[in-house]
Design a protein around this ligand. Structure first.
Ligand code: NAD
Length: 349
């Protein structure tokens, strides 16, 4: 397969990760970068590719087949639609957009142009999640009963020097919880109903620092998530799954999925079950067995880019389509809505 020529729009924190992974990819050829800042131009220079101040000029001149959109959330829809309309498939960072209306524009442009959109929920590409998806998909848990998820850590105070991180929309619900809700949807399917409480009690900013969320899935299972960026705790995906070098890895679980036949913990991939050879009617008086699968580590960002190339070539279906990104955003926005109203939010089917 020939290498897919791509460009990266937005050479900031995560854009640099995409550029680095593209430069080391066997399936991708980085042809250019678009970023209006001197820092962005420097990143492009170091990568040995031309830099454009504007993504439209880049596409018209370099004609990449794919574009990675790694710009601030409010720009995702307009840049993604521009790329699609000019013939490039898009890998757009999460959240797919900053509102459902904007996310719908992306879905529609993908439909009209026939070009694929992949949403950057990179955790789905982690080998741990691939295995988890296979375990749940094989029916190992029986009928899904509950999902219990923790997303608790302490962000350092300088993180909040940037003003948008102290404002509504810049907090752990839209920045972090969205990833966990996406994983829960990936394993249990669509969310039907959302209830939530939020607090800004510790940091005192306009944005939440802590939230607790209750979910009902269409498959009948119930879920809870606790998210806090002000808790001195290791129980979250970033610290436990070891996806990024900047987070020291903690050997703990953060996700717990239970069903009538067994349970699964993540990221340690432990399956808890009663022994099949001890006859029927087992319960809490009987011993449970635990089997742990250790998978080869893999970089989800590199795997996501490999998949993007395969998606554009028509060799694979989108692991996280525009509609997936839309549904994950919808369930995440419902958390803020439910907390503000004090009522359950029922999601459209
Ligand atoms: N999947 C992940 O793990 C992950 C991690 C961090 C951020 N993100 C997402 O990535 C996006 C970017 O976040 P970040 O932390 O890298 O932000 P950032 O501020 O570090 O970088 C954004 C970059 O985009 C550039 N930019 C802004 N407007 C532009 C435009 N119109 N055209 C071209 N370039 C433009 C800026 O100059 C900057 O270099 C956000 O949507 C965020 O939610 C995802």
């Amino acid at each position: 397969m020939s290498r897919l020529p791509i460009a990266v729009v937005g050479a900031g924190l995560i854009g640099k990760t995409h550029i680095d992974r593209a430069l080391h990819s066997a399936n991708i050829e980085l042809v250019g970068v678009a970023d209006p800042t001197p820092a962005g131009a420097e990143v492009a220079r170091a990568a040995g590719v031309p830099c454009f101040a504007n993504h439209v000029a880049l596409i018209e001149q370099l004609k990449p087949k794919g574009v990675v959109v790694a710009t601030p959330n409010a720009t995702h829809a307009s840049i993604t639609v521009d790329c699609l309309e000019r013939g490039a498939a898009v890998l757009v960072e999460k959240p797919i957009a900053d509102s459902l209306d904007e996310a719908r524009r992306i879905c529609e442009a993908s439909r009209v142009t026939g070009l694929p959109v992949l949403v950057g929920h990179q955790r789905r590409h982690n080998p741990i999640m691939r295995k988890a998806k296979a375990i749940v998909g094989a029916g190992t848990l029986g009928r899904p009963v509950s999902a219990t998820v923790l997303c608790t850590w302490l962000k350092p105070s300088e993180y909040f020097d940037v003003s948008w991180r102290r404002q509504p929309g810049g907090g752990p619900i839209l920045i972090n919880l969205i990833h966990d809700i996406d994983l829960m949807r990936h394993l249990y399917g669509e969310v039907d109903q959302v209830q939530a409480l939020v607090s800004n009690g510790v940091r005192g900013f306009d944005v939440e620092d802590t939230a607790v969320v209750a979910l009902r899935f269409r498959n009948g299972a119930l879920g809870t998530v606790t998210v806090s960026d002000t808790a001195a705790a290791p129980w979250n995906w970033d610290l436990s799954a070891g996806e990024a070098e900047r987070f020291p890895r903690q050997d703990v679980n953060a996700h717990f999925y239970s069903g009538t036949e067994g349970s699964l913990t993540l990221p340690r991939l432990e399956v808890w079950r009663y022994r099949a050879d001890q006859g029927p009617a087992q319960g809490w008086h009987d011993p449970l067995t635990m089997e742990r699968t250790v998978v080869h580590t893999g970089c989800p960002y590199a795997e996501q880019l490999r998949h993007f190339a395969a998606l554009v070539a028509g060799a694979e279906d989108a692991v996280c389509s525009a509609l997936d990104g839309y549904r994950t955003l919808e369930a995440t926005l419902a958390v803020t809505q439910a907390a503000a109203s004090g009522r359950a939010v029922v999601l459209p089917s």
